[in-house]
Design a protein around this ligand. Structure first.
Ligand SMILES: [Zn+2]
Length: 199
């Protein structure tokens, strides 16, 4: 009996959530790709998200024995981090941009000096995770681990020298239109709806 690898299971769960689309897409960079993440769809179907989060929570439980908080950046990752915290019996807090600067949302009471695991939805360049680490450092929060659902760099990006653990590592190949194998096959090109994050 062949068990699916964890990567295949996770890939299937992402496809079921409609967050990971397979086809022929024009990216904001102008390049073409077989894959497109519509990451906001991760939170559109909570029951699908819960199955994905169960795998992430199990991984964190195995790898990080002791911490107090799950911290996620606003907005999309809030639902994900919150669910992870719920599954693991931890506290939850989130960061948000105020006047361009990433900051811990005011009002959370016990975060200062605690141990936290950072949970983000998708790792591309690591920019927002880096900002989260900076504002946690200001509050003397020690970071016990950094976890993302999808690592689009396939392990190439570390944040401040720290590894980022992921459920799904997927290097998405992007082609110049002239060199695109899907254009060559005459597959219709889709321009996905504008994402909230500018490329
Ligand atoms: Zn193409």
């Amino acid at each position: 009996m062949t068990q699916p690898t964890e990567n295949e299971t996770v890939l299937d769960l992402f496809k079921q959530s409609d967050a990971l689309l397979q086809g022929h897409f024009k990216l904001t960079s102008g390049k073409h790709s077989e894959w497109y993440f519509e990451k906001i769809r991760l939170i559109e179907k909570p029951a699908s998200l819960e199955k994905i989060v169960d795998l992430l929570a199990a991984k964190i439980r195995r790898e990080v024995p002791d911490f107090d908080y799950v911290v996620s950046p606003a907005y999309g990752a809030i639902a994900i981090g919150f669910l992870v915290a719920l599954k693991l019996g931890k506290r939850f807090a989130f960061t948000q941009r105020a006047d361009e600067k990433m900051t811990v949302r005011s009002g959370f009471s016990g975060l200062g000096g605690s141990r936290a695991v950072v949970v983000e939805d998708i790792l591309t360049t690591g920019g927002s995770i880096q900002e989260v680490l900076a504002c946690l450092k200001e509050r003397q929060v020690s970071v016990a681990g950094i976890y993302v659902l999808v690592d689009r760099s396939a392990g190439a990006v570390a944040v401040e020298g720290r590894p980022v653990a992921s459920l799904l590592a997927l290097k998405v190949e992007a082609f110049e239109p002239e060199a695109c194998p899907f254009c060559a096959k005459g597959i219709p090109l889709t321009k996905p709806g504008a994402s909230d994050k500018k490329a």
